[in-house]
Design a binder for this molecule. Sequence first.
Ligand SMILES: NC(=O)c1ccc[n+]([C@@H]2O[C@H](COP(=O)([O-])OP(=O)(O)OC[C@H]3O[C@@H](n4cnc5c(N)ncnc54)[C@H](O)[C@@H]3O)[C@@H](O)[C@H]2O)c1
Length: 346
Amino acid sequence: MFGREGFELGEKTEHARGKSIGGHAYDGAKTMRAVISGGAGFLGSHLCDYLLERGWEVLSIDNLVTGAEANIRHLAGHPRFRLVRHDVTKFIDVPGPVDYVLHFASPASPVDYLKLPIQTLKVGALGTHNTLGLALAKKAKYFLASTSECYGDPNVSPQPETYWGNVNPIGPRGVYDEAKRFAEAMVMAYHRAHGLDTHIVRIFNTYGPRMRLNDGRALPNFVHQALTGQPITVYGTGKQTRSFCYVSDLIEGIYRLMQSDEHEPTNIGNPQEITILEFAERIRALLGATTPIVFEPLPQDDPKQRCPDISKARRLLHWEPKVSLEEGLQLTLEFFKKQFAETQAR
Ligand SMILES: NC(=O)c1ccc[n+]([C@@H]2O[C@H](COP(=O)([O-])OP(=O)(O)OC[C@H]3O[C@@H](n4cnc5c(N)ncnc54)[C@H](O)[C@@H]3O)[C@@H](O)[C@H]2O)c1
């Protein structure tokens, strides 16, 4: 679909030809143009929607390794949106001016990055280098989607940005954690060496519509098992905690950070902590499922606690999450039920 309607790298855009791309002027001056890597993914697609609603032009670069066209199908034909299929570990050439480069491309769920270990390391290292190079060449601002996984299996809770983390570099999860830690180091180096205007968000577990039912993260896993009548699998004792941020809250925090003067990493997440067992029980009850909860061994290096300290985001961005877990789960379960019914009907 987008292969025909979009354009390939190297082809000139309307913007590059100096024509107006439509949409309203930003700040009364010009239309802002963002390049988003990973724009067909769960978070990237919500970010595309958010910026388009505010009058931006968005060029999304994605190789669809873990993303889906379905996430951006509603944007097909949008005059200010394009998708280019491209692997950002390869050189990126975008014609025309760019105001902001946002690097969101990376396998992000444990199932994905354990299946794609080398691609994960490459997109964190080479993908970050290439997107930074694009920002530098275009004199654009830069934004990195980093992760709470930089804290590893933390010895401190909640985790403030000043905590350096407890990561096993050579364990199976190291491919993701270390790729993101390297990416952060590279972004700070570009900021210090080249004076690039950079921003880094450390995203904590986020949920919402457009997550994949089979992506292996706790919420889609539980929902899929409940909807298909399978036992719900909890790893370990289920006493490990997570904190879940609804996607609209996260995107609002990201937008505020994009506009701030803060260059060092900033946590964005919901500090409401819940054990994985309570979470599984909550989803089972909301879906009216009667299947049992079964316990399986904890995967290696699985963090026992995960809770953001968001004092910095509160202070600098005047941001805090607004959507309660009850409300967010309802919206997400509606999406999953619809998606499930559609796949059953096929
Ligand atoms: N969802 C979360 O809770 C969460 C938490 C912490 C950090 N993050 C970070 O946010 C970003 C987005 O995560 P998500 O949950 O939307 O994951 P996702 O898998 O849904 O989206 C990632 C997107 O990147 C694309 N991609 C991967 N490698 C690529 C490459 N080499 N070239 C071009 N495109 C490529 C995928 O096809 C996909 O569309 C990731 O960088 C992830 O590390 C997400």
